[in-house]
Design a protein around this ligand. Structure first.
Ligand code: NAD
Length: 475
C-alpha cells in the first residue's frame, strides 16, 4: 500500500492542508493499492502564490538557462524510466508497448522544447514596431489519467521554454505516478516555485486554478464537458486557454487500399492506449464495395489484439482505468446493441480467461449509422464502429459530420488522392497510412475537440503574448 501524503509547492514536498483522501487501484486486479491525500483550496492558493513569487525572476531568465533546465529535467525523468514504467503499469494498467512510448515521450518532451527554444526568435521587426513575445503570466495545467507523464511533461516543458511559472493539477487517479514523476522533476534542480504540483479534485483544485485572478492561462487536457466549464470559469478574468479535448476520429479506408495490410494499422489506431485515447480512430469508414472483405479481415485481425495484464509483452489492450470507466464502456456496448448495430467481434463482459480486472472485450460494431450515439459520442474504450460510404465525397461528409475534429486517419495507395482528402477533413491532424507521430508538429483539435495547439513552436507560443513596441521612423 502506498500513501501519497504530500504535494509539491515552492520547491518542497509538503503535507497538504486538505484532509480528504481518495483510494488508488490496480485496474488489472481491482485491488486497492494506495491512498492519496487531496489538496484543498488553501493548497491550490499556496501553489499559485509560490508560482507568483517565482514569476518575476524566472520570466527574465535567458534562453540558454532555460535550455539547460529542460535538459536537466529530461535527464532526471530518463534516469528513473524503469520505475516510472512500473508505476504506470500498476496504477494505470497500460500494455508494455504503450508504457514504453509514454515514458520515453515524457522525457523527450523537454528535449523537443529545448530544440524549439534554441531556434525561436522572441523578437521580430514589423515596420516601425519591434514585436516581443513575452511570457504570458502564471499558467495552470490540468491533466487527465490516460497518459499522466506525457501531459504533465509537455505542458511543463512549454511553460519553462516560454519563461512562465506553472501550477499543475494532475488526475487524482494517477497519484502514484505523479509522486514518482514529481520526485524526478525535483531532481531537475529548478528554482523554487517555477513549477508546483497539487493532487486534488477537479471541482476543488482544478476549479480554483480555472478562476483564480492570478492565473493568466489554463492549459487543459481532458473531456469536452470539463473543458467548457474551464472556459466559462476563466471568462471573468479573460484567461487564455489551450483546451485539448475529446475525439471521435474517422479511420478511413479508401477503395484502393490493400486490406491484407491496412486492417492491422486501422485497428492499431482504433485501439491505441486500450481505446482510452482522445486520438483513437474509432469510426472505421469502409467503401460499400469492399465491406464483406473488410469485415472478414477485421474479424481475423482483432484476434491479434490480446487483452490482458501489463506483465505480458504480447498484450495490446489493457484494462479500463477504473470501475466507472469499465461500466461506461459496457453501457456503450449495450447501447450499440439497442441501437441496432451488429457485433463483428467482442461484446459485453470480460474477455475469456480474465476473471478479474476492469477488462472490456475489444469490440467492433457493423451496420452503424453515423447518427447513432455510438458513432457520435466518445466512448473512451476499445469499442469501434464500422460505417459504410459510397464514394470519396460521402466519406468526407461522414468524417466531418461530428462535433469533434482532433485526429483523422486515411489508408490508401494514391498519395495525391490521400492528400486531397486530407485537405478537406476538419481535423487538427490527419495521419496518412499509419505515419509516425511528429512531436514538433502542432497538436490540437477543430470544433469541440478544443482550442489552441500544443507541441513545437505553436505550443511554445501558447505561453507567450505578443507585445508591439512602436518607435518613430528615423528621419
Ligand atoms: P476529465 O475531463 O474528467 O478530467 C480531466 C482533469 O480535469 C482531471 O484532472 C480532473 O480532476 C479535472 N477536472 C474535473 N472537473 C474539473 C472542473 N470542474 N474544473 C477544473 N478541472 C476539473 O477527463 P478524464 O476522464 O480525466 O480524461 C478523459 C478525457 O480526456 C476524454 O474525454 C479524452 O478525450 C480527453 N483527452 C483529451 C486529449 C487531447 O489531447 N485532446 C488527450 C487525452 C485525453
Amino acid at each position: 500500500m502506498r500513501n501519497i501524503d504530500n504535494i509539491y509547492i515552492d520547491g518542497r514536498f509538503v503535507a497538504p492542508h486538505g484532509t480528504e483522501t481518495a483510494d488508488l487501484f490496480n485496474p488489472s486486479t481491482q485491488e486497492r493499492i494506495g491512498t492519496v491525500i487531496l489538496g484543498d483550496l488553501s493548497d491550490a492558493r499556496d501553489a499559485i502564490a509560490a508560482a507568483k513569487r517565482a514569476f518575476p525572476a524566472f520570466s527574465r531568465s535567458g534562453k540558454s538557462e532555460r535550455i539547460q533546465m529542460l535538459e536537466s529535467l529530461s535527464a532526471a525523468v530518463s534516469a528513473r524510466s524503469a520505475e516510472l514504467t512500473q508505476a504506470m503499469a500498476e496504477e494505470y494498467g497500460a500494455p508494455q508497448y504503450f508504457t514504453g512510448f509514454a515514458v520515453a515521450n515524457a522525457a523527450s518532451a523537454f528535449l523537443h522544447m529545448a530544440q524549439v527554444l534554441g531556434n525561436y526568435e522572441f523578437t521580430r521587426r514589423i515596420g516601425n514596431a519591434e514585436v516581443r513575445m513575452q511570457p504570458i503570466g502564471i499558467a495552470a495545467a490540468i491533466t487527465p489519467w490516460n497518459s499522466n507523464y506525457g501531459f504533465i511533461c509537455s505542458k511543463l516543458a512549454a511553460a519553462i521554454a516560454a519563461g512562465t511559472t506553472i501550477v499543475i493539477k494532475p488526475s487524482e487517479m494517477s497519484a502514484i505516478q505523479t509522486q514518482l514523476l514529481t520526485e524526478c522533476l525535483h531532481e531537475g534542480g529548478l528554482p523554487k516555485g517555477v513549477f508546483n504540483i497539487v493532487n486534488g479534485r477537479g471541482d476543488v483544485v482544478g476549479a480554483e486554478f480555472s478562476r483564480h485572478p492570478d492565473i493568466a492561462k489554463v492549459t487543459f487536457t481532458g473531456s469536452t464537458a470539463v473543458g467548457k466549464e474551464i472556459l466559462r470559469a476563466g471568462a471573468d478574468t479573460m484567461k487564455r486557454v489551450t483546451l485539448e479535448l475529446g475525439g471521435k476520429g474517422p479511420n478511413i479506408i479508401l477503395d484502393d487500399a490493400d486490406l491484407n495490410n491496412v486492417i492491422a494499422t486501422v485497428l492499431g489506431m482504433g485501439l491505441v492506449n486500450s481505446g482510452q485515447a482522445c486520438v483513437a480512430g474509432t469510426r472505421i469508414l469502409v467503401p460499400e464495395s469492399r465491406i464483406d472483405e473488410a469485415l472478414e479481415r477485421l474479424k481475423h485481425e482483432i484476434t491479434q489484439f490480446k487483452t490482458g495484464l501489463p506483465t505480458d509483452p504480447d498484450v495490446r489492450v489493457g484494462p479500463m482505468v477504473s470501475e466507472k470507466q469499465y461500466e461506461r464502456v459496457q453501457s456503450y456496448i449495450r447501447l450499440g446493441l439497442e441501437e441496432g448495430a451488429d457485433l463483428v467481434a467482442g461484446g459485453l463482459g470480460r474477455p475469456e480467461g480474465l476473471t478479474r480486472g476492469w477488462f472490456s472485450r475489444p469490440t467492433i460494431f457493423t451496420n452503424v449509422r453515423n447518427d447513432m450515439r455510438i458513432a457520435r459520442e466518445e466512448i473512451f474504450g476499445p469499442v469501434l464502429s464500422v460505417i459504410t460510404y459510397r464514394d470519396d465525397e460521402d466519406a468526407i461528409r461522414i468524417a466531418n459530420d461530428t462535433d469533434y475534429g482532433l485526429q483523422a486517419y486515411l489508408h490508401g495507395k494514391d498519395m495525391a488522392r490521400l492528400n486531397d482528402i486530407a485537405s478537406r477533413l476538419d481535423s487538427g491532424r490527419v495521419v496518412i497510412n499509419g505515419a509516425p507521430h511528429e512531436p514538433l508538429a502542432p497538436f490540437g483539435g477543430f470544433k469541440q475537440s478544443g482550442i489552441g495547439r500544443e507541441f513545437g513552436e505553436f505550443g511554445l507560443e501558447g505561453f507567450l503574448e505578443p507585445k508591439a513596441i512602436l518607435s518613430p521612423i528615423a528621419q
